[in-house]
Design a binder for this molecule. Sequence first.
Ligand code: ADP
Length: 490
Amino acid sequence: MYIVMVAPECAPVAKVGGLGDVVFGLSRELELRGNAVEIVLPRYDCMRSEQVWGLQVSHEDLWVPWAGDAIRCTVWFGYVHGRKCFFVEPHSKQAYFDRGTYYGFWDDPERFAFFSKAALEFMLRTGKRPDVIHTHDWQTGLVPVLLYEMYAAAGLDTQRVCHTIHNFRHQGVTGPQILAATGLGRPEHFGAPDRMGDDLDHHAINITRGAILYSNFVTTVSPHHAWEVRHTDVGFGLGPTLYRHQAKFGGILNGLDYEMWNPEIDPHLPQRYGAASIAQKAINTRVLRQKMLLREGNRPILSYVGRLDTQKGLHLIRHAIFYALEHNAQFVLLGSGSEHGINEDFWYLKRRLNDHPDCHLEIGYDEDLAHLIYAGADLLVMPSLYEPCGLSQMIALRYGTVPIVRSVGGLRDTVFDWDWSERPRSERNGFVFDHADVAGIDSALDRAVGLWRNEPDQFRQLVLQGMACDYSWNHPGRDYLNVYELIRHK
Ligand code: ADP
């Protein structure tokens, strides 16, 4: 099959979050399975160009019709760790992608609507006729709309679209002027409540809603999250729309990059290890303690690695820190926050616990330290309020660090409780709790720390069962191909 990914990110050249990892990892898996994959991205001025091999101009003059005029673009081509990537560079006074950072501008909807249109124009003009176009999040949500409303008549008439929603909180809600700029026009038609009109702001256009209506198939990043967004409030208003279209909606778990996250070959680690040499993990634990200035001793290390965002259940992470200190355990946190108030809170907590021999809070983004924590800790907490998929728990499992998670989204699909689960005992890999409150997380922390302390052999068995799980791209790659096959013949 011939697949074109149209995406706002691709790791490691242009990555803000998990979306970038998915675009890269899925593309690689699809190619390994014998498919032809190309990725179309904006050419950001801030992207890591050193990660692109052989970057050169592929098309000099791509004129993209826009707002009654046209904008000239240069399209570049290069390989990102083997993946074929095209980068669209518009030459316009708005400098859409020359802003020093990826997102966060008042005209983000306009920037990415332009990119969506440019990607289609590029395919049309260069004779690219993929079987499937795979789009990602609201930034590329207008691709299916423009494809069926405009580009099918121009020659892209056999292309099918799979759209993946990585995060329902950001939907691309914008004013109707976007319709005029793209050439769609007819605001009364497209802005109607049963089309792209937003449910909350009746004068606005909801790009994600358009993507759901016009795509041949819509996915989100785990099966349980696919259920939650239809039946609970984590669909952020899109539940009823998804419910109506559920025949073409499903959840496919993200994969983890097993080349990057592999304790047997991980160059970041002071000591590499695998399931057969699990005792060596203790050397990483010792180095972690030294680095974090924690005292030596026979205590479990609890950890958290991730963004400091309300989504992650910050009050419960905070509680877990004090739980560890009150139960003769240790806690290491590596967290990065973008909100001022949240950062302040954690800086205050850090100062308060600064000299504590059993606790270290590191605030910021640190790739090296993240690897060391996954390798050196015994337990990792993830008490998320909602979690579309979650990667940290999968990384922890691979590194023999037992996850303690709340039973939401992708966490529920990947972590199975040691004591109570429908899975057979031999497939259980962590600790799970339901309620986002202190009693909830305590019920899991008590059992986790208790098992570590009182039943070391069983704890070791749990560690090994976690390491035996396969959360690579192998299964998700197959699932996406099944979706492509399904829509291709529609
Ligand atoms: P989300 O996509 O919501 O941020 P995920 O669990 O899906 O959460 O993915 C988080 C990824 O980012 C993991 O690979 C994690 O190790 C990494 N990460 C998050 N915060 C940090 C940080 N402060 N330092 C290093 N790595 C981080």
